[in-house]
Design a protein around this ligand. Structure first.
Ligand code: ATP
Length: 300
C-alpha cells in the first residue's frame, strides 16, 4: 500500500517523543520506496544503448546525465543519440540548454534531475538516469544531504569495457565523427575569442580544432592537412584520457555504493568482428542480464 504525504502528516503528530527519536526508521517504514535506475560507464561503453533497451523494456523515459550533452548543438561531436537510436523513448535534459547562458553546475543538474525523477515516479514510471558525468550523478545521489539515496531506492548499473578495447573503439569513433561532419559542426561554433571553459565549447573537439580553424585559410593545403591530422590525434588522446578518468571515478563510486552497484562487462561485444555477432553478444551479455537485474530490483 502506498502512503500519501497527507497520510504521513496525520500520523506524525500522534507519535510519542520516544517514537520521534526513531523518526528516521518510522518514516522509512511509512514511506513507499520509489526506485531509480542509473546507467553509468565511460564514454563509448554503450550506456545510451543500454538505457534505451531498459526504457523500452520497462516502458519508461531517460534523464540525461552527460554534462556536455545537456546543451543544444554539436550533436555529432558530443555523440548524442539520434532520433532513430532513441526508438521513441523520451529523453529529458538532453540538448535543451543554451550554452551561452553559462555552465549547468552539478547543483543545478541535481535540482533539475530530482524534479524529473519526481515527475516520472508520480506517473508510475521508473526513472532511468544515464550519462557519463559522475560528478552530476554523485551530486544527484547526495542532493539535499542524501535526499535521493534516502527517499529512493537506487540501482546503479555500470557498463564496463576493458580500457585498451575501449580506446581502440573511441579512436575509430572519432574517425566516424569526422566523416559525419564533426569539423563543420565545430566550425559553426568557432569563435577565436571564445571562452573554452563555458558550456558546450568545453566539449572535447572544440579546443582541439581551435588552431586549425584559426589558420586554415592562411596556410597551404599540405599544412592544412598536417594541422587537421594533429587536431584529430589530440581529440583521440583526450577522449582516451576522459575514458580513463571516468573509469577511475566509477571505480571509486562502486566502492561507495557497492550494495547497489552492478557491473556488467561489455568487453566481448567490442571484440566481435561483425555487427550481427556484436548485436547477439550485446543481447546475451549486457541487455538480458541487466534486464534481469532491474526486474529483480523492481520486484524487491
Ligand atoms: P569533471 O569533474 O572532470 O568535469 P565530470 O564527471 O563532471 O568530471 P565528465 O563527463 O567526466 O564530467 O566530463 C569531463 C569533461 O569531458 C567535460 O568537461 C568535457 O570536456 C568532456 N566531455 C564529457 N562529455 C563529453 C561529450 N559528450 N562530448 C565531448 N566532450 C565531453
Amino acid at each position: 500500500m502506498k502512503f500519501s504525504i497527507s497520510t504521513m502528516k496525520q500520523v506524525q503528530p500522534i507519535l510519542s517523543f520516544k517514537n520521534r527519536l526513531s523518526m528516521v526508521n518510522v518514516n522509512s517504514f511509512l514511506r513507499p520506496q520509489e526506485k531509480v535506475v542509473f546507467v553509468m560507464g565511460a564514454t563509448g561503453s554503450g550506456k545510451s544503448r543500454l538505457a534505451i533497451d531498459l526504457a523500452t523494456r520497462f516502458q519508461t523515459e531517460i534523464i540525461n546525465s552527460d554534462k556536455i550533452q545537456v546543451y543544444k548543438g554539436l550533436d555529432v561531436l558530443t555523440n548524442k543519440v539520434t532520433p532513430q537510436e532513441c526508438r521513441g523513448v523520451p529523453h529529458h535534459l538532453l540538448g535543451v540548454f543554451d550554452s551561452e547562458a553559462g555552465n549547468l553546475t552539478a547543483t543545478d543538474f541535481s535540482r533539475l534531475a530530482s524534479q524529473e525523477i519526481s515527475t516520472l515516479s508520480a506517473n508510475n514510471k521508473l526513472p532511468i538516469v544515464a550519462g557519463g558525468s559522475n560528478s552530476y550523478i554523485e551530486a544527484l545521489a547526495n542532493h539535499s544531504s542524501g535526499f535521493l539515496l534516502n527517499k529512493y531506492q537506487c540501482c546503479f548499473i555500470w557498463v564496463d569495457v576493458s580500457l585498451p578495447v575501449l580506446n581502440s573503439f573511441v579512436s575509430k569513433r572519432v574517425d566516424r565523427m569526422m566523416e559525419a561532419g564533426l569539423l563543420e559542426e565545430v566550425r559553426e561554433v568557432h569563435d577565436p575569442k571564445a571562452d573554452y571553459s563555458v558550456g558546450i565549447r568545453r566539449a572535447i573537439g572544440v579546443p582541439e580544432l581551435h588552431e586549425y580553424l584559426c589558420y586554415e585559410s592562411l596556410v597551404d593545403r599540405a599544412t592544412q592537412r598536417k594541422m587537421l591530422d594533429a587536431a584529430v590525434k589530440k581529440i583521440k588522446e583526450n577522449t582516451e584520457i576522459l575514458a580513463c578518468r571516468q573509469l577511475l571515478k566509477i571505480q571509486r563510486l562502486s566502492k561507495k555504493w557497492k550494495l547497489s552497484m552492478h557491473r556488467v562487462d561489455a568487453t566481448e561485444v567490442f571484440l566481435k568482428s561483425n555487427e550481427e555477432e556484436a548485436n547477439e553478444a550485446w543481447e546475451n551479455l549486457v541487455a538480458r542480464p541487466t534486464k534481469r537485474i532491474v526486474d529483480k530490483f523492481c520486484n524487491n
